[in-house]
Design a protein around this ligand. Structure first.
Ligand SMILES: *Cc1c(COP(=O)(O)O)cnc(C)c1O
Length: 420
């Protein structure tokens, strides 16, 4: 499908008028610049604050103030089950069955916990495959996991990199490497969307290849959940982890999400490190010996429900439920496509869009590499009230999140760029 775009403000306005989910922009607070709302393209790093969060936090503060310990059973939202209030919406966003999703801890901690369940190196099968240039926390997690088993990272970790002179990893190279390592591969962990380049991997076909090779497929969906719709159950993904403060707008350090396929989640014998909150509720408060796992993903919960780390997620997910992930994605494809179209009109600036061109190979984010003036462009944006992020050398990541960014926002970005 070739979408018709025009590089005019009136065209951007007409797109906003047609946008059936444009109203959700009003549900967010924007950082201020000279008394005006900024244009915010950093939702891939920290999503904006939904306006309904404050009241939601006050509700729980009130419960704590007024009834304290009884809040676990008698609050407006009894805390005993607080983590369960967000799982139906998360299951919808990730294409999970009820019971395959839970929230707990934060992303990297959950990656470690999942690896303790799913990475079982033996003398033959012990290798972990990941993308080169993965998010540093994932690199550290995987490096220290293999060391934990007395293995050498340079032997046990296989990184798949773009070919020389290229910036994007070829799917065919990933599939070939998986097949090549089929006798030694224990686990494959990729970021569903690479945080830097914005490349979205084909989760379904990579997972399939991993299984064919007799290994386990785990995904870090930090940049995917709330950005691109997922079908984790149908794609047979073994496990996935994500954070909630990027596209999910749940605030800094918010609780992390976990998907565990039912073939493990509903099986009490799947190995794990446990705590009381993952224990069967019928016996949890008997305080007896012998862990009995809850028969779903919440059987991996270790500690008591993290109410104040979950409350903003609960509020934010109401917006996702009401806007609908398919509508968000449809708008996002247009919005990012429009951004790309406008950027292509800028013939005087020296830059390259690293992110893949095909909508099915990317989410909201475009990664722009400026061979010169990168820092200058970034400064100009910040001075003009447009928040984007900058990484050396010369990379600007622009992520128009469809919940709170408009076509006019994207046009304004282009307008300022064209002044340079
Ligand atoms: C944001 C991000 C993280 C951050 O992990 P935390 O444990 O939440 O700090 C990890 N991995 C990837 C791929 C990310 O994008």
């Amino acid at each position: 499908m070739n979408q018709h775009f025009e590089a005019t403000e009136s065209f951007a306005e007409s797109m906003d008028e047609k946008d059936t989910i444009a109203v959700y922009k009003n549900e967010f607070y924007f950082p201020q610049h000279n008394g005006n709302n900024t244009i915010y393209f950093c939702g891939n790093s920290l999503g904006l604050q939904p306006k309904n969060v404050e009241a939601a936090i006050k509700t729980e503060l009130g419960t704590w103030r007024d009834i304290a310990i009884e809040g676990y059973f008698k609050g407006t939202n009894p805390w005993l089950h607080y983590h369960e209030y967000v799982t139906p919406s998360l299951a919808k966003l990730t294409g999970a069955k009820p019971g395959e999703v839970t929230v707990m801890n934060t992303l990297t901690v959950n990656l470690h916990l999942m690896m303790l369940s799913f990475y079982k190196p033996n003398t033959k099968r012990y290798k972990i495959m990941m993308e080169a240039g993965a998010f540093p926390s994932d690199q550290y997690a995987i490096e220290t996991q293999v060391k934990h088993y007395g293995l050498l990272p340079e032997d046990a970790i296989i990184e798949i990199a773009p070919r020389t002179g290229e910036k994007i990893i070829r799917e065919e190279d990933i599939l070939a490497a998986i097949n090549e390592q089929r006798d030694t591969l224990a686990l494959v962990v990729f970021g569903g969307i690479n945080y830097y380049t914005g490349q979205l991997f084909d989760i379904k076909s990579i997972t399939e290849a991993v299984h064919k090779a007799g290994a386990v497929a785990g995904w870090d969906l930090a940049h995917v959940t709330g950005n691109v719709p997922l079908q984790l159950h149908d794609w047979n993904v073994d496990f996935a982890v994500w954070c909630s403060y990027k596209y999910l707008n749940a605030g800094p350090g918010a609780i992390g999400g976990v998907f565990i396929h039912e073939r493990y989640a509903f099986n009490n014998d799947t190995p794990r490190l446990a705590g009381w909150w993952g224990n069967d509720e019928k016996t949890r408060f008997k305080m007896e010996k012998g862990f009995i796992a809850k028969p779903d993903a919440s059987g991996w919960n270790i500690s008591t429900s993290q109410v104040f780390n979950t409350v903003a997620l609960k509020a934010s997910l109401e917006l996702f439920d009401s806007a609908g992930m398919d509508n968000l994605r449809a708008k996002s494809v247009l919005l990012t496509g429009y951004l790309e179209f406008l950027l292509q009109q800028l013939t005087t600036l020296q830059f390259e869009i690293i992110t893949p061109k095909e909508p099915e190979r990317r989410g909201a984010q475009l990664c722009l590499y400026f061979s010169e003036k990168g820092k200058e462009v970034h400064q100009k944006m910040m001075d003009s009230g447009i928040i984007v992020d900058y990484r050396e050398p010369g990379v600007i990541r622009v992520a128009p999140a469809p919940l709170y960014c408009s076509f006019e926002d994207v046009f304004r970005f282009y307008e300022i760029l064209s002044e340079l």
